[in-house]
Unconditional design. Structure first.
Length: 428
């Protein structure tokens, strides 16, 4: 349980943990590089640690000191059969993306997760991997644990030309990672552009990869070379502090070292389109990723609409944007059915907690409408073991009347263990 007290404003400076999405990808790809990689500012979250633990179990020497991780890459054919099933914890990124690497191995592997992960669908990666020649079984044909039998000795996966039925960076990444072990050129046709951290990391480490008109093409069997890598601050984590500053009067906040990848920075564009006073400062590039600072001040926000490609671009930030909509100008969300199969059904859990705080929300199958200008009341809410729900309603508690209690608040550690301490520092 965590108590959140109302805050008149949020002020100061925030240094964010390393981006979770990039940390996962660096951890997996560095493991199959030739030679060592040193990764600075690796995410402190439990999910990216699950990725490192899985790679260790596959025979990769990994050492960690705080946010610095050193990985002794074993090369494309250097992974070894684990002694026991791999534990992905709560991490959908780990189980779906790692399935691509495991599909090309000459050994069998089982990978499982916690209760929440065990309810998340896997057909979306099983289908393309099956087309590539992988042999995969899952509980009830679609849920973890997943058993990947590997390719027969002397055989390779088949390169494919694939268009995912949904916009998903995880599915795209899984297919590209499997394509590393395939003969020929693997192509992925994205229905909507999604975050491109995988493409950037693959090119940085030596893969021959091109992107044209949302079609990603990559030659199989590249030589990937280890190198020093830096993980920018997590923009998805920044979203909670951006919203906290936007809705609390007299707030002024500086977020430093933030990843500003254009496929993720749609969040900034969306907020500024609503009238958010956000300045982007000191932008530079590291390992192909843009990094900079965000200065944000309290703003009077207009009503917002999320639909189509914009919904896909900010899918992880929607819980806290719902809170912003209630306290600001309102928010309508469409085309967000993917929220139903996240760590929780995030449409349902957002609605449940808003209503507990006296808020209004009109829910439909693929989204919701939140009226603006609401006065939320302190209440007991629940993360339902979902990190983004925990943090979104901690932000709601800052602008509520009275104390807010968050049950299962420790879920925030999945992506941001320092979240509550950081929140306390800027509201002191």
């Amino acid at each position: 349980m965590r108590q959140i007290s109302p805050a008149g404003s949020v002020r100061g400076s925030v240094l964010l943990p390393g981006d979770k999405s990039i940390s996962h990808r660096f951890g997996m790809l560095a493991s199959i590089c030739e030679g060592p990689s040193k990764i600075r500012n690796y995410s402190s979250g439990a999910d990216p640690q699950s990725t490192l633990d899985c790679m260790k179990a596959l025979g990769v020497p990994i050492t960690r000191s705080g946010s610095e991780v050193t990985i002794e890459g074993q090369g494309l054919d250097g992974l070894r059969a684990p002694a026991a099933p791999l534990d992905a914890g709560n991490s959908g990124s780990t189980i779906r993306m790692l399935a691509g690497l495991l599909a090309g191995q000459p050994f069998s592997t089982e990978i499982f997760g916690d209760e929440s992960l065990s309810r998340r669908p896997m057909q979306r990666v099983m289908a393309p991997l099956g087309l590539m020649g992988a042999r995969i079984d899952a509980r009830d044909g679609k849920y973890p644990p997943v058993r990947i039998q590997g390719v027969a000795a002397g055989e390779r996966l088949r390169a494919i030309d694939y268009e995912p039925p949904m916009a998903s960076a995880q599915v795209k990444t899984c297919v590209l990672f499997a394509g590393l072990f395939a003969e020929g050129e693997t192509r992925v046709h994205e229905p909507v552009r999604t975050r491109d951290h995988s493409e950037i990391a693959l090119r940085e480490l030596g893969a021959e990869l091109t992107v044209r008109n949302r079609v990603i093409s990559m030659q199989g069997r590249p030589k990937l070379t280890g190198r020093d890598l830096f993980v920018p601050g997590d923009l998805s984590s920044a979203a909670f502090f951006l919203v906290a500053a936007l809705v609390a009067r007299e707030s002024k906040l500086l977020l430093t070292g933030v990843g500003l990848n254009p496929t993720r920075a749609g969040l900034i564009d969306f907020l500024m389109g609503l009238g958010a006073r956000i300045k982007v400062l000191n932008v530079a590039e590291e390992n192909g990723e843009l990094v900079g600072e965000l200065q944000v001040e309290h703003s009077d926000l207009k009503p917002g609409v999320l639909e189509g490609a914009m919904t896909a671009a900010v899918i992880d930030e929607i819980p806290v944007l719902a809170v912003m909509g209630a306290l600001g100008g309102g928010l309508s969300v469409k085309d967000a059915g993917e929220l139903r199969v996240k760590e929780t059904d995030r449409i349902a859990t957002v609605a449940e907690n808003l209503r507990r705080m006296g808020g209004e929300i009109d829910v439909h199958e693929t989204g919701f409408v939140v009226p603006g200008g609401q006065k939320l009341k302190g209440a007991e809410v629940d993360s339902f073991t979902d990190h983004r729900i925990a943090m979104a309603f901690a932000v709601a508690g800052l602008s509520a009347s009275g104390e807010t209690t968050i049950a299962n608040a420790e879920a925030a550690s999945v992506s941001f263990p320092e979240f509550y301490d950081t929140l306390r520092q800027i509201t002191a």
